[in-house]
Design a protein around this ligand. Structure first.
Ligand code: URA
Length: 433
């Protein structure tokens, strides 16, 4: 078999068979196919697309390109959720203990922040002592005993995707539905979970800009996951506005704690309840209405909050911070952002808001940058709210006044105002089961 022929076949609109896809994945992972041929294939796929069968072959082959996790001892109880990424998205911190408190098993590998979006592993590291790296034995034993463990992604999980994703990033071949589907699903399949709920974000802070495109991606992920023997659901949710009010690592952990204590309501809790209910319905085989009730009860009874403490403690985190969030280290500089305009906020460019938090120190501008865990943004006003001139829209937290000045400029440029209250949009556009 020759890589040249595979590229040529795809370029002419052909359908690749299982052997051709497996040949590409194996040889590319081993370094026998050079990047220039892999990028030519990615570009041909970008234009020609892939059938569902081709996407499933690519997903499975990439999932098998490195280590896989065996969660079969948990039967149908193992469950995961994956977000396509956003700003202020701290849902894992909330939904994982909710579902674990109800008997599901969460053995999760999460990522770090990427570009303007945050990552769960960075957020967890804002809790002093929390270990994001465990041996596979420690990981499995915690899942057995506590019902939940969240660690950073192992180096050798779906290594073919790791290489291909880095290549796509620099060859303008990221935005292809079959390539995104196989990239995300290969890692989920390799991580071994039986049920998977994907949270496909759309809007100015997301990868998919429209709900229609997000729905196409969500349906594809559900179909491919099912073809690989997984129970699947996808939620298409809004990322046109940051989720919740906090952006930045420790700030987001504190917000997650207030949701788990039943103190905080609103958009974040609504999305978390929907994600958790779908995870429970899939993993425990419970009707969705009953799952929704169980999830609400787990929050109101503080069962989920207790599970959160148990999880953080088992993984080495300082639980006095959870019990008393005012003990989280605070930032040196706090700066209020005031509006110079009166009117309704009609739009927030959420990518710009995410980038403002990166400037403040909450994310990395370069790969090796160190995160300032206490930095970030608290929003006091969001899309649809009325503000009068002089009102505080947000508070910025950082260690450097220069950073505050440039983040404030970018933050203000993300806002649009109108005289009329903008029409409300649903937070959850669609649920695909
Ligand atoms: N996230 C991934 O892991 N892969 C993609 O292709 C896009 C987003």
């Amino acid at each position: 078999m020759r890589m040249y022929d595979i590229i040529h076949k795809k370029r002419l609109g052909g359908v690749l068979d299982k052997e051709e896809i497996e040949f590409f994945v194996e040889e590319y992972t081993n370094g026998k196919i050079p990047d220039y041929q892999a990028s030519a294939l990615a570009m041909a796929i970008m234009f020609v697309g892939m059938t569902d069968a081709e996407t499933a072959y690519l997903t499975l082959a990439m999932a098998k390109s490195g280590n896989t996790v065996d969660l079969s001892e948990f039967g149908t109880l193992s469950v995961d959720k994956h977000s396509t990424g956003g700003v202020g998205d701290k849902t894992t911190l909330i939904v994982a203990p909710i579902v674990a408190s109800l008997g599901a098993k969460v053995a999760k590998m999460s990522g770090r922040g990427l570009g303007h979006t945050g990552g769960t592993v960075d957020k967890l590291e804002s809790i002093e002592g929390y270990k994001t790296s465990l041996s596979i034995n420690e990981f499995m034993s915690q899942v057995r005993n506590v019902g939940i463990s969240v660690i950073g992604q192992s180096e050798n999980l779906a290594p073919c995707d790791k290489k291909l994703y880095a290549l796509r990033d620099v060859t303008a071949t990221v935005e292809s539905i079959p390539l995104i589907t196989s990239s995300i699903m290969s890692k989920k399949i390799a991580a071994g979970t039986h049920s998977i709920v994907v949270d496909v974000k759309y809007g100015s802070g997301a990868f998919m800009k429209t709900p229609e495109d997000a729905e196409i991606l969500g349906r594809k992920m559900v179909d491919i996951g099912k073809a690989c023997g997984r129970r699947m659901a996808a939620l298409i949710t809004d990322m046109d506005t940051p989720l919740g009010d906090a952006i930045g690592n420790a700030l987001e952990v504190k917000e997650a704690i207030s949701v788990l204590r039943g103190e905080k309501h609103g958009d974040l809790r609504e999305v978390c309840e929907a994600l958790a209910a779908n995870m429970i319905s899939l993993s425990l085989g419970v009707d969705i209405k009953e799952s929704e009730k169980k999830v609400k009860d787990a929050i109101e009874s503080r069962l989920a909050y207790k599970k959160f403490i148990e999880w953080i403690s088992a993984q080495g985190g300082d639980v006095t911070l959870i019990e008393n969030p005012s003990l989280f280290p605070s930032s040196k500089i706090e700066c209020e952002v005031k509006s110079s305009i009166s009117g309704y906020i009609s739009r927030m460019d959420t990518e710009k808001i995410g980038l403002s938090s990166v400037i403040l120190g909450a994310g990395r501008e370069k790969k090796d940058d160190t995160i300032d865990m206490s930095s970030g943004i608290i929003l006091f006003k969001k899309t649809g709210d009325f503000v009068s001139s002089g009102d505080t829209i947000a508070k910025l937290y950082t260690s450097d006044i220069k950073k505050a000045e440039s983040a404030e400029k970018l933050f203000l440029s993300s806002l649009s105002f109108t005289d009329q209250k903008p029409a409300e949009k649903p937070l959850i556009y669609k649920i695909i089961r």
